[in-house]
Design a protein around this ligand. Sequence first.
Ligand SMILES: [Zn+2]
Length: 494
Amino acid sequence: MRRLLTAALTTALVLAGTPASAAPAPGGPGVGDDYYPDYGNSGYDVSHYDIRLRYTPATDRLTGTTTILATATQDLSRLNLDFLLDVSSVRVNNRPAAFTRQGEHELVVTPARPVAHGAAMTIVVQYAGTPSTEVGAGYTAWIKTPDGALAIGEPEIAWWWYPSNDHPSDKATFDVSVAVPDGVEAISNGFQPRPPVRETLGYTRWSWRSLKPQATYLTSLVIGQYDVTTDTTENGQTVYNAYSQLLEPDFRDAAQASVERTAEITEWKSELFGPYPFEAQGGVVTPPGTLGFALENQTRPNYSSAFFRRGSNTSVVVHENAHQWFGDSVSVDEWKHIWLNEGFASYAEWLWSEKNEEGTAQEIFDYLYATYPDDADIWTTAPADPGTAQLFGDAVYDRGAMTLHQLRVAVGDDDFFEILRTWAASQKYGNATTAEFTALAEKISGQDLDALFEAWLFTPSKPAVAQAFAARGVPVAPKSWATISATHELLHRH
Ligand SMILES: [Zn+2]
């Protein structure tokens, strides 16, 4: 009876000329990223992840339930999630859903009933696995450490520990809770809504919340034996720092002397870039010989201990925390825009050097311009379209920063910092493109900057500058350069 009535109503509506909705169709296996066509998925938009895990370091056994709140962006008969571990059940809107595997990391879910365009979806995925044995994109991003594990990576990492729409263009809020053996730390992003609680015999559950939009790759999980420092800043922000107990004492001191300055560094940046965009801050220094780089995980960057092998290194703390504005709050719309993250974070290091009188941004620019050989990747790669092979290359970091410096020289300090602040404010928690940035720079400065951006961002050759260095010889390396270049050497090892 009910079905007949619905059919009759549908017919009446169609006859009356109301546009009939399209027949439900499968969502796509990618969001349409030029560089990574099968990353993320189309057909829905996630608003929240609730990731509830249990992890045993001795066996690298991870079991979990992730609940995803999403909205269908089309009439959806089927949808994909990105994930590698073994799935035991999927439910969509209170009913068991069929699921299968496709390709390397696609989990294809067919809900019992199609989901209408605009309708809310609750997707519950139960799973288990040994993440360190899973390979995706040709490698294993999950790092098993002597005392736990690290889920830290870019662009790939979520596949190893929670199912997601894995692309920065679909940001969401997160609750991450992990039960680990008593005495082990489990650290994620944001703040702790409650202290760790004893759960079942021998296990303690740690809970973390991120209430601002967060990209999937910026969500991290660190498990192991850590010494923790906590504090509250003058403006009420929680600071949570953690240092692996496996660090040698000299590394440990240098790491602490750097990461404990996080709040000071974010205060300084707030003056340059506008208010710090998130609800917590901090940093984690991982066990030696595990993580090979640092990553700007939201509210709590993770650092390789190698950054501190020559003593304290505030440059890397400046870099990763500059990403809280540029990369984490203002995220790339597609991966090819990565210079909007790395060029800006690298330029923040130059500004820090300038503030500390260890070399001005101009001196660093001059030194790089003069010393990079003419055939180096930095000149043969266009920062605004570096390709996947140079996604974390010199052009994206150093030439990206040089581009910003050329912009600053062209428009002057007042307009330059106005551009950065307006960029951070107008794109806050969103996704942005290079074209939007260049348009904003022209709008605020009132200048036609096409030639500057064309030469510095889009042309795979060495741009000319007004003053040639040949006349005055190769500049001396600014004092800060040894630290900045050593930092970048590690950062490029993504
Ligand atoms: Zn970076």
